[in-house]
Design a protein around this ligand. Structure first.
Ligand SMILES: [Zn+2]
Length: 119
């Protein structure tokens, strides 16, 4: 459990803004509090997502290169993956998946993410 925190202003016991995630504390007495602005929902998500390549993608230098970046394999391999379609490209946490998905997005590559990706 989270250790007790006391208000800097009035000394009352602070309450967590969200009791499931350590995103901030609030004083029920005087309203003083803080929230971690740098912690995003996405960073607290511990689920592992999977990017699955769909079929029917355009084969071009750009799309092959994008696959190469995402899968970390060479050009020839990436080309094969792209031509074949319907395969798992990569697994990762929400933050990583977002980066990879944006690379695919930029290159108009058809993909899906499982499980349902809320970001
Ligand atoms: Zn207070």
């Amino acid at each position: 459990m989270i250790e007790k925190v006391y208000c800097e202003k009035c000394g009352s016991e602070m309450i967590s803004i969200d009791n499931k995630k350590p995103i901030g504390m609030n004083c029920p007495n005087c309203g003083w509090g803080w929230a971690s602005s740098y912690i995003n929902e996405i960073d607290l998500d511990e689920k592992i997502y999977e990017i699955i390549l769909l079929e029917g993608n355009e084969i071009s230098n750009a799309t092959v290169r994008a696959i190469s970046i995402v899968t970390n394999t060479n050009y020839l391999n990436s080309r094969k993956i792209l031509m074949k379609g319907d395969s798992t490209l990569i697994q990762g946490n929400a933050r990583q998946i977002k980066e990879f998905a944006s690379i695919l997005e930029t290159n108009n590559i058809k993909y899906k993410i499982v499980p349902e990706y809320p970001y």
